[in-house]
Design a protein around this ligand. Structure first.
Ligand code: AP5
Length: 220
């Protein structure tokens, strides 16, 4: 198997994983695989998997490892992952981390990217986030669309995600506390952990991340 470059983005809900993963994807031309986005697609399509996940996602609880493994397994078998991929929101448990490791070859190179943001900022970001069915994401203050309430790309109406309501965000924050530990420990053990201060303007977070990645990867 060819050597693949794999990034795992983790951080609390709303820390900017998706935003920064998309910047990195453009820079290094690898696909972003977001389990949250894959689950929302299944839910929107009312598939068997979507029906199983719907309640958990709406309430901010983690979906079962078994279901996530099936969804990720199917996505990782697509040909666009041959040179590597960027994971956003997966793995999210020790079992999912083990699941991922069984899919990797010995030549694969993994980097873990932690985006650090405090709880208060998370709430501020998620209640101000507006999303489009096409996948684009905005913020009322930090990343407003050109026309209020409409997607810049496709013009569709923007909406608040069901799980961005304050009570659900609190459940998601609690779920994140369980997620972080195995990933941090694994990244440290591997010597492949990049931690970034996510409480800065979007371009500054990207500039810090991009510099760290360039520095670390050129040293390999
Ligand atoms: P998921 O969609 O992965 O949600 P999340 O991890 O909670 O992360 P978000 O997508 O909300 O935020 P983000 O960090 O990507 O931030 P973003 O860039 O959008 O998961 C949803 C649900 O699916 C889970 O709760 C669970 O139920 C289920 N699920 C998913 N994966 C699972 C798994 N592996 N196992 C089990 N269950 C799973 O930015 C947020 C907002 O802030 C945007 O408006 C953005 O414009 C703005 N913003 C970004 N960066 C900045 C900045 N630096 N300054 C100001 N604003 C910023």
């Amino acid at each position: 198997m060819n050597k693949r470059l794999i990034f795992i983005f983790f951080g609390p809900p709303g820390s900017g994983k998706g935003t920064q993963a998309e910047f990195l994807a453009k820079k290094i031309n690898l696909p972003v695989i977001s389990t949250g986005a894959l689950l929302r697609q299944e839910i929107a399509g009312a598939t068997v998997w979507g029906k199983q996940a719907k309640e958990q996602v709406a309430s901010g609880r983690l979906v079962s490892d078994q279901l996530v493994e099936q969804i990720v397994g199917r996505r990782l078998s697509a040909p666009d992952t041959a040179k590597g991929f960027i994971l956003d929101g997966y793995p999210r448990s020790a079992a999912q981390l083990r699941g991922l490791l069984t899919r990797l070859g010995e030549n694969d190179e993994i980097w873990l990217v932690e985006i650090k943001v405090g709880d208060r900022e998370v709430l501020n970001r998620l209640t101000g986030r507006r999303v489009c069915a096409c996948g684009m994401s905005y913020h009322l203050v930090y990343k407003p669309p050109r026309v209020a309430g409409r997607c810049d790309d496709c013009g569709q109406k923007l909406a608040l995600r069901d799980d961005d309501k304050p009570a659900v965000v609190k459940t998601r924050l609690a779920a994140y506390q369980q997620t972080a530990k195995p990933l941090l420990a694994y990244g440290e053990r591997l010597g492949r952990l990049i931690s970034i201060n996510g409480e800065q303007p979007i371009p500054k977070v990207w500039s810090d991340l991009s510099k760290e990645i360039t520095k670390k990867i050129s040293k390999r």
